[in-house]
Design a protein around this ligand. Structure first.
Ligand code: ZN
Ligand code: ZN
Length: 139
């Protein structure tokens, strides 16, 4: 059995490998999330302060839902501002804007390709050195 402390209330609970919260906190978290989602659906233009007050869910938690991509700011909302963690541009959900997501993906791929190429040139070089050595011995 894998027992952990709940990240929210600190109580011990049986860890299922997914949630860092105990059963009670997880259920409460789900309820909070549903309240925020429903409130935002009906009041898309409210500011985060109002959303937090009306739903009794902390602003930090609402922002966390947005960062986790669980919630999305509606297209015509002007109340909640979420910015890209990389370039600061306004985004509607998640942590990065579309452009930065693309850049990050490309960067990761480029890094991978470079590594592969390096490996290949290194093996070529060692082969060449070997031939040179052979020649020297023969002379
Ligand atoms: Zn808990
Ligand atoms: Zn960005």
């Amino acid at each position: 059995m894998n027992i952990r402390n709940c990240k929210e209330c600190g109580k011990l609970f049986q860890y299922d490998g997914i949630s860092k919260l105990c059963y009670n906190c997880r259920r409460k978290d789900d309820e909070d999330f549903k309240r925020v989602k429903e409130f935002l659906y009906e009041n898309p233009k409210e500011t985060i302060t109002v959303v937090s007050e009306e739903t009794e869910v902390s602003q930090d938690k609402i922002l966390r839902y947005l960062r986790e991509g669980k919630l999305e700011i509606s297209a015509d909302s002007s109340g909640i501002i979420l910015d890209c963690e990389s370039c600061g541009q306004a985004i509607r959900t998640g942590r990065y804007c579309e452009k930065c997501v693309r850049d990050i993906e490309r960067g990761l791929k480029a890094g991978f390709v470079r590594k592969e190429e390096k490996k290949r040139t290194e093996s070529k070089r060692s082969k060449k050195m070997y031939t040179v050595e052979m020649k020297n011995k023969r002379n």
